[in-house]
Design a protein around this ligand. Sequence first.
Ligand code: GLN
Length: 451
Amino acid sequence: AHLDRIEAVDEAVHAFLHVDGERALASAAEVDRRRADGEPLGPLAGVPLALKDVLTYAGAPTTCGSKILEGWRPPYNATVTQRLLDAGIVILGKTNLDEFAMGSSTENSAYGPTHNPWDLDRIPGGSGGGSAAALAAFEAPLAIGTDTGGSIRQPAAVTGTVGVKPTYGGTSRYGLVALASSLDQPGPCARSVLDTALLHAVIAGHDPRDSTSIDAPVPDVVAAARSGDVAGLRVGVVRELGGEGYAPGVEQRFRESVDLLAAAGAEIVEVSCPHFRYALPAYYLILPSEASSNLAKFDAMRFGLRVGDDGVASAEQVMAATREAGFGAEVKRRIILGTYALSSGYYDAYYGQAQKVRTLVIRDFENAFAAADVLVSPTTPTTAFRLGERVDDPLAMYANDLCTIPSNLAGNASASFPVGLSPDDGLPVGLQVIAPPLADDRLYRVGAALE
Ligand code: GLN
């Protein structure tokens, strides 16, 4: 049924870069066999899923939305992918994203943008717009995203779906093509809070193949999603994430959600995080620095595209020609920014400063979590904007990440839950909930209370 749905709507939505119906049907038949053999399978066995095209699935193309990886088929599964397969989840295909997950609208994909199913003239968020749009268009009931600065939560908010960025180290990065290694985190996406929690439980947990994976028990997210009990929970409204620049309809739905939590017995407090205003500039130094290093491996020798190899050109010339042809404008912009920020003489002024700001943001969170069990804010300042509206203005594009970036800098657990449509334009609004590291279950408690 989901393959039929993809066939019917994906030409207009363009959520997928690659669909392998035959392989999906074979996996589904395999699940039936495993069940018939008496293998105990979890609650998601046989359920289809859309996988963001930045995680490897052995034999399937993995492009990261970039021309430079066109034609590359990895020989191994990411840990997240392997856990999905072990649980009997059926992978339908790979979803569209901004090139190397750099963006907030999926317009930076080298394979064309994804459209928001609520209004095809609008963006589905980014970088994981394909995964979120696949859910909103009912092409898949489950999806996997990755969140480095908001790429799970921001698309969830603008498509009216649920997206969770687990605690950093809570899900494995093995087999995830790295954007910024200290920020990247794969996470679960779905249309309901419980579905998201069930998927979270499948993919989370320690992985010795990822050196930053946390060796601690996964909090019981499924029980939390079933309970939705927020009585006595201290909910902190972040003063700095609201006001000027936030759409009235977004603020209205946000305030209503806070009122609903209060009515359900939560204690509402206001908290202040004064250094959050520096989080965005710090992120846009740390991310390009890490990305410029991670992307150096695309050298025309090891993976994918090779341009200008006429037998006479030097390795350096082939590398330059391949990168010129293979990387898009945003990727080039960030490689140049990152290389500059890391260069000797500028390191202390830029990268070093940004790391200090990162510590101040972490301290803001520590102070806020002394007063509150979870923090809340709108996920994004506005609802989905129109395709093309911000492509020529990188700074306006970066401003989408104002609310989501602090959690990546600190490594907290963070989620976006749908809280209705904006009275301004009838488009979905998301509520962001942030919990301290390893308290991912609290996110689901709040999400379930509002569902
Ligand atoms: N919009 C952010 C960026 O462009 C988010 C990226 C992400 O989370 N992958 O960096």
